[in-house]
Write a protein that binds this ligand. Sequence first.
Ligand SMILES: CC(C)(COP(=O)(O)OP(=O)(O)OC[C@H]1O[C@@H](n2cnc3c(N)ncnc32)[C@H](O)[C@@H]1OP(=O)(O)O)[C@@H](O)C(=O)NCCC(=O)NCCS
Length: 147
Amino acid sequence: MHTLRLLRQEDLPAVAAIESETLSPWTLRDLERELQVRYGRQLVVESPGSLILGWCACRTIWPEAELLKITVAKNQRQKGIGTALLGALLQELQGQAYSSLFLEVRAENAAALQFYGKHGFRQTGRRPGYYSDPADDALILLKDLNT
Ligand SMILES: CC(C)(COP(=O)(O)OP(=O)(O)OC[C@H]1O[C@@H](n2cnc3c(N)ncnc32)[C@H](O)[C@@H]1OP(=O)(O)O)[C@@H](O)C(=O)NCCC(=O)NCCS
């Protein structure tokens, strides 16, 4: 049975390793900084053998929240871990009467777009050429938490 819990300092090397498998990865330094952010919220999913399988980071400025990152280890994808992370975050935000959760995603990230679509996000904007390495547009997606 996997555990869903708050990110801790000692998890950061494992999270950085998961990040290194993705486009626009966060470094150990980025992660250390994020852990200190006052309005930040970070969750991890841990295996029974204490392996970190995925994580997410969100910032909150009531009544809005932004999902900055959600990453599942490459060999653990499409097993519901992303859904567990997002579901826990949504439950917490809705419990605190947040009205919306928004995020930016690469326009060519088909898996993520499918994932967010399934979870009720809709596109509200586009930032052309926002990403580099490789170049891509950013789509701005929003989920209304009042419904
Ligand atoms: C996006 C991501 C977090 C999804 O996590 P996950 O644990 O694999 O997702 P889940 O198993 O919970 O999938 C839930 C739904 O998302 C969609 N989905 C997930 N991966 C998909 C893929 N590769 N192709 C198509 N649809 C996909 C499906 O609709 C899936 O539902 P289904 O299992 O009933 O088909 C994961 O692919 C990931 O870490 N990607 C790299 C980092 C990234 O792109 N993060 C988002 C950037 S903003």
